[in-house]
Design a protein around this ligand. Sequence first.
Ligand code: NAD
Length: 357
Amino acid sequence: MPIHTLQSDNYTIEAGNIEESSFSQLLNRFSDSKKVIIVDENTHEYCLEFLITQFEELTDAEVMLLPAGEENKVLEVSFQVWEALSEYRVGRSDLIINLGGGVITDMGGFIASVFKRGVHFINIPTTLLAMVDASVGGKTGIDLGPYKNQLGVFNTPDAVYIDKRFLSSLPESEWLNGYAEMLKHAIVFSKTHWKTIHAKTPSQITEEDIIESIAIKNQIVLADPKENGIRKLLNFGHTAGHAIEGYLLGTESPVPHGIAVAWGMSMEAELAFKTGVLNEVDRAWIQSVLASHFPPLPDFTPVKQELLSLMTNDKKNKSGKVSFVFPSEIGQADVNYSFDVDAPVLESLFFKSSDLY
Ligand SMILES: NC(=O)c1ccc[n+]([C@@H]2O[C@H](COP(=O)([O-])OP(=O)(O)OC[C@H]3O[C@@H](n4cnc5c(N)ncnc54)[C@H](O)[C@@H]3O)[C@@H](O)[C@H]2O)c1
């Protein structure tokens, strides 16, 4: 398949075999610059060699190996990278290559953005989630305790290269994570995309599906890069999802971002229905599709106060209220549904989901 190019505001997203993309030309532009590749343990093992063997310009690149996992998307790890970049005398004209999932593209983008007030960086996402979501759109950042993405900046990469072959080593559970975000894009923006992907198993997801999902995100981000309006659509499932992810991060059973978002979408679809925004047929369709792909929703009732408290600290809120994105039907959604944290209707987030499974 030829390279498919999507234009974002000041950078391009190219999908296809990376050796046929503009990456070589980009590396030529940086031929006299230092190149730093940021990887985690898994992309070091499964993705780095493939990249370096394709591009001999990278053979002398400095590789920075970070520990894998969301719990490492933190200041302490970023600090160590900044120290290493400083020791390696990286400057503004040098290039950082983020080769990894959303943790690496979020944190690597943040590290690059604030180091010396901004070093060039590109994203080469290696998880489905990072391909369709995290690597595009210009949000970079790290977590602060149980609060997700509390430190960060909006800053775009010089380019994003999507090569589906990197997914060949991705465990099935990680595919599911990305699939949750693809379903989210479909629910808030495109019934056509929903119809194409909702019954697929993750391994049936095609490059065209990935490109379509990125195109939806890109279109929304282009309309509202700094999330003042329509971009909030991409937060469907994330008010509850981030609270769940943050809460469980500190326990013995953390859940990956995509699973938390899938649960969050089911909970928020219930709330959207109970407030009369989402119609009953589409609520049932959304919840049954999510239930058919993702692990059963736990009963969060015993920890609902903790979750609601985390939700009130969400970046999306104003004046102590809890805000949500609600679909009215599959393919259409609206932003800024806000409730007082003690509003009785919020109880419906914690609905008994056992009959879905
Ligand atoms: N910036 C944004 O707009 C945005 C959007 C959505 C999510 N995110 C962030 O993305 C993060 C989640 O991303 P993720 O799900 O990619 O997590 P991740 O980066 O932790 O990757 C998941 C796991 O897969 C491993 N991995 C990565 N590529 C692999 C490969 N090719 N083969 C084998 N293993 C591989 C990683 O080492 C990790 O263990 C969260 O921090 C979330 O907040 C950001």
